[in-house]
Design a protein around this ligand. Structure first.
Ligand SMILES: Cc1ncc(COP(=O)(O)O)c(C=O)c1O
Length: 367
């Protein structure tokens, strides 16, 4: 059998390996506390669940790629209230099936074949994978502690077609200042590349609300990916959107019917409720804040250093040995799983319950 060599060359998706470890430990009777994969364990607000139930029809036809107008309007309205920007729901926004599939396929939708797609690393692995399958050349931009985990804009590669940024950043939890987007959009215009901004974590913040690339003065080269997965703890629903210039949205509307990744209409109707409410998001932030209040002192007491980590559900920590933690039933992600610049760090995803976090803090205290 011959399969696509790009697929054959790829290592197992990192989280598949963590999941295997979790299964092995559980089978061996270990009481596992899993800070590995970033899949929220929070309940989806009852109001959103009810909206989904109420929307399941007797017959559910194929959803259209453009999405329901009522969802596009709710998402565009949210961009307005959250970031103070005007997004045209008909021409500048398209709903997506979560954001991962849309992130993966962007390099294929834009003219990137044979050109360079770059991303900061450590990184969420999908930017690279999408670029490779699209036949682009991949370049990484190291995100270093001394630069606040922001890219060095003087070191961007040549022949750049697309640059990925992701703030607040997974895995470091670093936020970006608006100047980053202002400088990037200037460079993008000068050097003719697209900026793709993965904003999955803008709503998980603790001090001040992060900015969006949509707020840059010139949005003509900016493609933003948003999702309800973390904001509304709706990973399993698969619902997000892309906001971008009309030419990109038109391209996505042309491409997406072939792939068949429009969210189910009952999910879209539940998503309208999710984008239209902030109370449940405030409650979600409070739940993560409570877990931070348990885990941060427990980690620091061991002399380990928490770096960046101002937003997102992650703590980026220097010091722990992931295997030693594993032996005590605590799963974390080794930093190099996200790229070579992650070496020496581990990532705690604050997805276990508050009680589990308390239990983990006790285990840490006993180390
Ligand atoms: C940085 C980043 N972007 C995007 C996603 C994709 O999320 P979803 O497809 O659920 O919207 C994730 C998920 O963990 C992520 O960490």
């Amino acid at each position: 059998m011959s399969i696509n060599p790009t697929l054959a060359e790829m290592a197992t998706y990192p989280f598949v390996r963590l999941e295997e470890k979790r299964r092995e430990l559980t089978a061996a009777g270990v009481d596992v506390i899993d800070f590995g994969k970033g899949d929220p364990n929070e309940p989806t607000d009852p109001m959103i669940r009810q909206a989904l139930i109420d929307a399941v029809p007797e017959r559910s036809p194929y959803p259209l790629a453009a999405g329901l107008p009522v969802l596009r309007e709710a998402a565009a309205r949210w961009c307005g209230t959250r970031f103070g920007v005007e997004v045209d729901p008909d021409t500048e926004l398209v709903p997506t099936y979560g954001s991962k599939e849309a992130i993966f396929s962007l390099a294929e939708v834009l003219a990137t074949s044979g050109r360079v797609v770059a991303y900061g690393e450590p990184a969420y692995p999908v930017y690279e994978r999408g670029a490779r399958f699209a036949g682009a050349r991949v370049a990484t931009v190291p995100l270093l502690r001394e630069n606040g985990f922001l890219p060095d804009l003087d070191a961007l590669p040549d022949d750049l077609a697309l640059l990925w940024v992701n703030y607040p950043h997974n895995p470091t939890g670093a936020p970006a200042p608006l100047e980053l987007y202002e400088r990037l959009t200037e460079l993008a215009r000068e050097r003719d590349f697209w900026i793709a901004s993965d904003e999955a974590y803008t709503e998980l913040w603790f001090d001040e609300p992060p900015v969006s690339a949509l707020q840059a003065s010139d949005r003509s080269r900016v493609i933003v990916f948003q999702t309800l997965s973390k904001r509304s703890s709706m990973t399993g629903y698969r619902s997000g959107f892309v906001a971008a210039p009309a030419e990109v949205i038109a391209a996505l509307k042309a491409y997406r019917p072939t792939v068949g990744t429009a969210p189910q209409e009952f999910v879209q109707r539940a998503s309208v409720v999710a984008w239209s409410d902030e109370r449940h998001v405030e409650e979600t932030r409070a739940r993560y804040a409570a877990k931070r209040d348990v885990m941060i002192p427990a980690i620091e007491k061991l002399g380990w250093e928490i770096v960046a980590s101002q937003a997102t559900m992650y703590l980026w920590v220097v010091g722990p040995d992931p295997d030693a933690l594993l032996a005590r039933g605590i799963i974390v992600s080794p930093g190099e799983m996200f790229g070579p610049s992650g070496k020496g760090y581990v990532r705690f995803a604050l997805v276990p319950t508050l009680d589990e976090c308390r239990r983990a803090a006790e285990i840490l205290a006993s180390l």
